[in-house]
Ligand binder design. Structure first.
Ligand code: 0RA
Length: 619
């Protein structure tokens, strides 16, 4: 409830909580350096800052040390009413007490007033008194060691990659901040410091996604003295990418679901760009231009600083303060329009980009409507020639196997159940949908075959009720080509048919890589690890059994009956369902655009890494 689940995101939320408290101390001007150490066990972490140190004196009303109050009292809304302790982040602002309660072990070490103090906790309960461990120490600061509770979390292994990325982002969002991260298991050390702030962050994100800007200078604004003492930092740059990418934060903490600050920014962009185009007569007469057209290709970062953020949603990742929308719009709108007027070449480049987006939208909308009309007029006549359809017309018990290559397609056709299983072989190259417009996607033969077979249209014209199969199963070779095609297809589904993934209609088949025969029995192994395990098992039972091992080079090599027994038959096969876990939506969005950005060679690793953890496949 407080941290968004007991899975991997929840585990990492504990760390963000502790880090955000230290970052707060820095943002308020009391600390300049934060050190994060992932310990050798990979399950425990220490976060230290050189701030004022959490007070250790007796709390005025509770009669125990303030430190202990902070670490044991659940305070609503992330605020702490006595002393001046406020987690201004507030998002994860459930406080250190939640981290403490969910940790097997927690040690707080405080340097203050020339001494060092320490107190230990287990599962939120103090197991020692607050002790002075050194009477004369230099400097001040807070250090929190914690080891999350393995009885609560499904996994307690931290992911150094996720940590590194999150910490680096913090330093982009607080230009003065320095964070050092050490991974004891690998000996790796990073020091993050980005004086250039959000501007540098934007440049980093552009090059990471290999996105080409359509104008040179980004719009950058730092606006203070807004209503209610709020402060906002924003930077924008339009690119050739066929979508928008806005990254919003409140007090340096991500709000992947946006909210009123993001709405305010969107309104400002729409109104400033429209007004600029209007004034300079850059709006074509017969072309209607939507807010989405204006934002197409824009990459932006907005970081709002405010005192009492209210969040909404299960993991509280959406800003909900209604007054903020207007405040943010007012802070940005005029500044952006003035920026365009002062940089007319930038303004004109953006206007051109907007017109291009509007034209493309009209063209692809017309094309998409045509495709849909075609498929709905005659249910079966317009199916792709290569599709071997099933007899059933009930989507609920129909399955579509998308198969790599004609020869595998042949085996699959022979091995399938004609009643409920349809086969669509793919031969040509699947387009990388991440960088393509809807028009290009529709021009790609392989993808348009998929779209036709599914029958539900795509993009904003998608109608789930027209989907012809409720299981769409990718069946590819277990090699890098197969992984590549799966990745391209998943990218396509993610970008143009996302409801199919959200409804749980997309699956990945798991054809075996090995056949193992011994003592008149047959086993199938999915990978090398599986094979080792099975062979070890066989040998354990009878050391002298003769084992025969066959490795399949591809699906095409498999006999139809074998393919049926291992991969097609619903009674025997194992499918991976493709899902987007709620808490990882933003990460997914980033991962897809990073991996699939311009001319990036597709990587399947990120998918496979997740498969190991859960049966359901996370993309
Ligand atoms: C309460 C009061 C003061 C500082 C802090 C809390 C504090 C909390 C954290 C959490 C992580 N690092 C921190 N550093 C400081 C102010 C005490 C004073 O006035 O000296």
């Amino acid at each position: 409830m407080y941290i968004g689940g007991t899975g991997k995101p929840g585990l990492h939320h504990l760390l963000w909580e502790v880090v955000d408290n230290a970052v707060d101390e820095a943002t308020n001007g009391y600390a300049s350096q934060i050190d994060v150490v992932l310990h050798r066990d990979g399950r425990s972490i220490t976060v230290s800052d050189n701030g004022r140190g959490i007070p250790v004196d007796k709390h005025p009303t509770k009669k125990i040390p303030t430190l202990e109050v902070i670490l044991t009292t659940l305070h609503a809304g992330g605020k702490f009413d006595s002393s001046n302790y406020i987690t201004s982040g507030g998002l994860h602002g459930v406080g250190a007490s939640v981290v403490n309660a969910l940790s097997e072990d927690l040690v707080a070490t405080i340097k203050r007033d020339g001494a060092t103090w320490e107190q230990r906790y287990e599962r939120g309960k103090p197991v020692t008194k607050l002790k002075k461990v050194s009477p004369n120490s230099r400097g001040t600061g807070t250090s929190i060691y914690f080891r999350p509770d393995a009885d609560i979390f499904e996994t307690v292994d931290f992911d150094a990659g996720i940590i590194a990325e999150n910490l680096e982002t913090k330093t982009y969002l607080n230009g003065a901040l320095r964070i050092a991260f050490k991974n004891e298991a690998t000996g790796e050390k990073h020091e993050y410091h980005h004086e250039g702030g959000i501007e540098e962050f934007l440049g980093h994100k552009l090059s990471e996604g290999k996105l080409r800007p359509v104008h040179v200078d980004p719009f950058v604004l730092r606006q203070e003295g807004m209503v209610d003492g709020a402060r906002v930092e924003v930077t924008l740059q339009w690119t050739e990418a066929p979508r928008e990418a806005l990254y919003s934060y409140v007090n340096g903490i991500p709000t992947p679901d946006g909210g009123t600050h993001e709405q305010g920014l969107k309104n400002a962009i729409r109104s400033a760009v429209r007004s600029y185009m209007d004034t300079h007569d850059l709006l074509p007469k017969k072309l209607d231009i939507s807010a989405e057209d204006i934002r197409e290709g824009v990459m932006g970062i907005v970081n709002l600083f405010m005192v009492d953020p209210q969040f909404q949603g299960q993991t509280k990742e959406k800003l909900n303060n209604p007054e903020i929308k207007g405040i943010v719009t007012a802070a940005i709108r005029l500044e952006l329009e003035q920026f365009l007027n002062r940089h007319p070449s930038t303004g004109d480049a953006i206007a051109t980009r907007v017109v291009q987006a509007a034209k493309a939208r009209h063209a692809s909308r017309a094309a998409a409507t045509k495709v849909r009309r075609k498929t709905s007029v005659s249910h079966r006549l317009n199916l792709p020639g290569k599709l071997a359809d099933c007899a059933s017309t009930n989507p609920e018990d129909s399955e579509l196997f998308i198969v790599e290559g004609d020869s595998a397609g042949g085996s699959a056709k022979q091995g399938r159940d004609r009643g409920t299983q349809a086969i669509l072989p793919l031969r040509g190259k699947v387009l990388n949908a991440e960088q393509a417009t809807l028009k290009k996607v529709q021009d790609n033969k392989e993808l348009s075959n998929v779209v036709q077979a599914l029958g539900c249209g795509l993009g904003d014209q998608l109608e789930l009720s027209k989907l012809r199969y409720h299981k769409v199963i990718l069946l590819m070779d277990a090699d890098s080509d197969g992984h590549h095609i799966s990745t391209l297809l998943l990218t396509f589904f993610y970008r143009y048919m996302k409801p199919l993934i959200e409804e749980g209609f997309v699956f990945i088949a798991q054809p075996p890589l090995y056949r193992i025969d011994a003592a008149k029995n047959t086993w199938w192994a999915l990978d090398d690890e599986d094979r080792e395990r099975i062979m070890a098992d066989i040998k354990k039972r009878n050391k002298n059994t003769k084992i025969e091992l066959q490795r399949f080079k591809g699906l095409g090599e498999m006999m139809p009956q074998t393919l049926k027994d291992t991969t097609l038959d619903p009674e025997k096969r194992r499918l991976l369902k493709v899902t987007i876990p709620d808490a990882e939506r933003m990460v997914t969005e980033q991962t897809i655009s990073q991996l699939m950005g311009k001319d990036a060679s597709a990587r399947f690793d990120f998918i496979m890494n997740n498969v190991d953890e859960v049966q359901d496949l996370d993309v």
